[in-house]
Design a protein around this ligand. Sequence first.
Ligand SMILES: Nc1ncnc2c1ncn2[C@@H]1O[C@H](COP(=O)(O)OP(=O)(O)OP(=O)(O)O)[C@@H](O)[C@H]1O
Ligand SMILES: [Mg+2]
Length: 460
Amino acid sequence: MPKKTKHKTEYLCSSCGHVSLRWFGKCPSCGKWDSLEEQVHETPAAHRSAILTGPDNPVQLSTVDTESSESRIPLEVEELDRVLGGGLVPGGLVLLGGEPGIGKSTLLLQILMRLSRRGMKVLYVSGEESLSQIRMRAERLGTCPEGLWSMCECSLEKIQATVKELKPGFLAVDSIQTMSAPGISSAPGSVVQVRESTAIIMQVVKTMAIPTVIVGHVTKDGAIAGPRVLEHLVDTVLYFEGDRSHSFRLLRTVKNRYGPSFEIGVFEMTGKGLRQVTNPSRLFMGDHSNPVAGAVTVPCLEGTRPIMVEIQALVTPSNMAMPRRTTTGIDSNRLAMLSAVAQRQLGIHLQEYDIFVNVAGGLKIAEPAADLGIIAAVVSSVQEQPVPETMAMFGEISLTGELRAVGRSELRLREASRLGFSSCVLPKSGSSALNVPEGMELHSSPDIVHAMRCAGLLGV
Ligand SMILES: Nc1ncnc2c1ncn2[C@@H]1O[C@H](COP(=O)(O)OP(=O)(O)OP(=O)(O)O)[C@@H](O)[C@H]1O
Ligand SMILES: [Mg+2]
């Protein structure tokens, strides 16, 4: 008697991809609440052929031909090529994530138009917009070139067939949440659909060596929708972000198998689409005619690129039992720690004040090199004493109040000097060996007390 196929019910975590046979309120793997979704396991994993095929026996790596993987396709847009690590890689699968309306489709269409103008046959698959809507956007971005093929389709079976027939040089899928894979009955956008759809696209484009970008929506808490396995599957994860109140957008490399991570590209959203900003420091700096208390400029590093960023602090007397520590662009725990260090080392009674810290231009800073700038902005605000406007500051602060050296100090100094800063307070350790730009005065400080004196924030 033939064996009856049994449909097995599994529960999959939409956050980490953990599979369990029972439903739990809290994912046993990542600890997230209410993230387990029921799925009927209709397609055994064995139905999928291996994504990559190669010789059956192992070969010596030194004998493997690398020609095809080296031939990157530069987009000739400096900001884009930087985040991609030099250009598109044949067969490379890029996931482009971002909030609704941030400009993902615009960016993608601009890339497609650029490539098709260079004579490449490109295919734009949209599951979200009609052909006339895409055409309207293309017209807004410039004249619609020949060689730009477009289709509105959600079925991956049809997309797969079209790609095999058309053999495009570049493929864009907007968005993965609208696609449905054959044989899967779950709704588009569900964890299973997203994962299977990505696997199918990957199989096609890897075998045909087509560079591909797929768009992925983000969830409320900012993660790319779908399980983490999606990010593991693709070669590169780019994240398009920006502040709605500002016109500039940041394209950030979260993961890259073919280039450095944590690079950023800066763009400005205009009526004619996204325009690259090659000199972004001015965007994140203040524009004061006179120095103001509570504002300090820090040379930060985003990937390999230095950016001058203004950190602003406002310290006001508090009438609350638990004074507020509110931040935008930096971690509030970091501010709490730095306030405690300032309180102990500088003898300022910050427990009586509410502290608000903001990074100008909506940038998010995670590196500890901004510590000194944050503390200086807070002290400057509480003392109502501005830091000289031509002075920049950077350095990590330890719990004992010492300044610790940070990476790439020379690069930071060069950027500060280029933008007209003539002095800089920085950690003493390692500063004697630095190649200092001409006209830049260094204040090498061993600890925050010395650094605050150099900035004129404490009596000498
Ligand atoms: N004429 C215009 N002038 C300036 N900016 C515009 C104009 N038209 C559209 N935009 C900008 O483009 C954005 C929409 O871009 P796009 O549709 O590419 O976003 P998206 O990330 O693909 O959105 P979704 O997630 O809905 O697909 C708008 O939020 C707006 O900022
Ligand atoms: Mg879109």
